[in-house]
Design a protein around this ligand. Structure first.
Ligand code: AMO
Length: 417
């Protein structure tokens, strides 16, 4: 006899036979348990009727092949033990009675058990593993970076202040300054860590806490960085194709594995938009509708390489041949659900130029003392990128919004649970 465990998903009562659908531990796949008079004691048959969904049970019996259920098998029960009972659930996990988004979030700790949500979270795990494996294969050393910081790297307005004894401190907006500082020590370095942005953006692609792949490397060109970023996308897409069954659970399809990427620059992007009747003054950023419009022109992931200097953060290297530009590039996913996946580029290592750029962005050079100092000690030319895990997951899984690519989203409106 075999022993299985799972959560009651739904009970179908046919009198002398009860079909108990369970979410099987640990895969969380829905499977059918057949409880038949004669196979189990009468009390067990009665008890089954009273099982609320989410009752955790342990069943002894055996698997039997059948073409009557989608999985091609059912478990014939001989003994059932309740491991942990359940109260009636406040939301229907089978989705038969749809629950609106805010209520699903209120009960997210239950919602994450739904086979659909669980499949998405499992696939996110596949993405994370593929990213790590790929970056390691490229000689990157994984590290951790501080979350409590004392100065803004990505602009002062979006900082979450925290109480840090008697000093001013903030939650990190990215690992930017610290990953750069590790380049002379590790050569090629990456971390996957949380970034916090106090932005009141209520869109499908903004969270106040998101997880970022922060990578940085010495002696790289823009082309090297583009190859690495594309390599991440490609290996994650490739790895996801090993799990069609998980995609089926939420009605998705495994992503295409692109063979190549394309590159345009900011000025070309303006031209493309102009052709669609959208005029953006030179030097201005693309808003969400413009970004969507641009993505719709591409069938493979693409880079916008080279931006007007005012469109970049202070740490991107100013183009010495044409100082109106800086060596920053964005990586975007193609198509209708396309969006920016990462920003990256070559870094400024001239402390004097950096000081000017910090002032140019309205920040105080004093706040960056140690950062400016480190470039005076044999610092190699270097570059890197930051790639949002939720955005990458949402794009590769075909999810409508990035909130669905995280178990417990944080937005201006969502802080609970
Ligand atoms: P940037 O600010 O463009 O660059 O962020 C890098 C990537 O992080 C993701 N991201 C977000 N995801 C969800 N919600 C948000 N509010 C959010 N903000 C950013 C996006 C974005 O492309 N230090 C630089 C990177 C670098 O140059 O290395 C940085 O953080 O996918």
């Amino acid at each position: 006899m075999e022993k299985i465990r799972g959560w009651v998903y739904r009970v179908r009562d046919m009198g002398k036979v009860k079909f108990v659908l369970i979410r099987l531990f640990p895969e969380n796949r829905v499977e059918q348990v057949v409880v038949k008079a004669g196979n189990v004691e009468d009390e067990v048959l009665e008890a089954v009727e009273g099982f609320y969904p989410e009752t955790l049970i342990e069943v002894e019996g055996e698997w039997k092949a059948t073409d009557k259920v989608k999985t091609g098998r059912e478990f014939v029960a001989r003994k059932i033990r309740v491991v942990s009972p359940s109260k009636p659930t406040p939301i229907d996990l089978t989705g038969k009675t749809p629950t609106d988004y805010s209520k699903r979030i209120r009960y997210r700790w239950l919602d994450v058990r739904r086979p659909e949500v669980s499949a998405v979270l499992r696939l996110k795990g596949v993405v994370l593993r593929a990213v790590r494996d790929y970056l390691r294969s490229q000689g990157f050393v994984e590290t951790t970076l501080p979350i409590i910081i004392s100065a803004a790297a990505e602009g002062g307005a979006e900082l979450f202040p925290i109480v840090y004894f008697d000093r001013e401190a903030f939650l990190a907006q990215s690992g930017q300054l610290y990953k750069q500082a590790l380049v002379p020590s590790l050569g090629r370095v990456f971390t996957i860590g949380p970034s916090f942005r106090a932005e009141k953006s209520r869109t499908r692609k903004h969270l106040t806490e998101f997880w970022e792949i922060d990578a940085e490397a010495a002696f790289v060109t823009k082309e090297d960085l583009m190859d690495i970023e594309f390599g991440i996308y490609r290996s994650a897409a490739d790895a996801l194709n090993d799990y069609p069954e998980l995609f089926e659970r939420f009605g998705g399809t495994p992503p295409e594995v692109p063979k190549k990427y394309e590159v345009i620059d900011y000025d070309e992007a303006l031209e493309i938009l102009k052709g669609d009747g959208i005029e953006i003054p030179w030097g201005e950023d693309f808003g969400a509708p413009e970004e969507r419009q641009l993505c719709s022109h591409f069938e493979v992931p693409f880079f916008i390489a080279r931006f007007p200097r005012q469109q970049t953060a202070f740490y991107y290297k100013v183009d010495r041949d044409d100082p109106r530009y800086a060596h920053k590039m964005d990586f975007l996913a193609p198509g209708q659900r396309g969006m920016e996946l990462s920003s990256g580029g070559i870094r400024e290592e001239d402390p004097e130029m950096l000081r000017k750029r910090i002032i140019e962005f309205g920040l105080k050079p004093e706040s960056f003392d140690w950062y400016l100092e480190m470039f005076e000690y044999g610092f190699p030319p270097h570059g890197g990128f930051g790639l949002g895990i939720e955005r990458l997951t949402a794009v590769l899984l075909g999810l409508e919004k990035i909130m669905d690519a995280t178990a417990f989203p944080r937005t201006p409106d969502i802080l609970y649970p």
